[in-house]
Design a protein around this ligand. Structure first.
Ligand SMILES: [Fe+2]
Ligand SMILES: [Fe+2]
Length: 189
């Protein structure tokens, strides 16, 4: 396990957010490749969303140097996990793609909420960036909720599995720091 002692909370937040955006890019890229056959009507949404996630990655990266933050060293975990999530849901088809978007974006939204509550006035520039990005993530979430249709047992199972997988990826890529960070954010917010 890495120790977060020598890293600021801001640096830990940026590291996990930057890694998560890397994962989101892999998910949407894999889904776009498969949606050409399985769900062509989703291509405009997926392409637009991929462009947003690339922008988010750059924006989090840009905040790193002045906050002594470094990208996560285990980025390959996000690459593998992102391609796996995007690939499996892409093969399963339209509904699975949308359930994946909803589960991923809901998880992201919750993490960003906790970060914003902690940041408050501590780092106005970072809080403004996260708030801005959160609005776009919310757009992705709302689209998926609107388009996915009525939930059923299978979609509920898929949703729960994806939520667990995303939290596991966050935990693995931060070598356990994500749980400590969540506790820190909630305790001090
Ligand atoms: Fe994003
Ligand atoms: Fe997103």
């Amino acid at each position: 396990m890495s120790t977060p002692k020598n890293r600021t909370v801001e640096a830990r937040i940026l590291r996990v957010n930057h890694g998560g955006e890397h994962g989101a890019i892999r998910i949407y890229r894999a889904q776009i490749a498969l949606a050409r056959l399985r769900a062509p009507d989703l291509l405009p949404f997926l392409t637009r969303t991929l462009a947003h996630e690339r922008e988010h990655l750059e924006r989090f990266r840009a905040l790193m140097p002045t906050r002594a933050a470094k990208p996560c060293r285990l980025m390959w975990i996000w690459s593998v996990g992102g391609v796996a999530l995007g690939g499996v849901t892409g093969v399963l088809g339209r509904k699975a793609i949308l359930v994946c978007t909803e589960a991923v974006e809901r998880t992201v939204h919750r993490h960003l909420d906790d970060q914003l509550a902690w940041l408050g006035e501590r780092d106005a520039e970072m809080a403004a960036t996260i708030h801005d990005i959160q609005q776009q993530e919310l757009g992705h979430l709302r689209y998926a909720e609107k388009e996915r249709g009525a939930p059923n047992g299978l979609t509920a199972l898929l949703d729960a599995t994806i939520c667990i997988a995303v939290e596991a990826l966050i935990w693995l890529s931060t070598r356990g720091d994500s749980l400590r960070l969540a506790r820190t954010l909630r305790a001090a917010a």
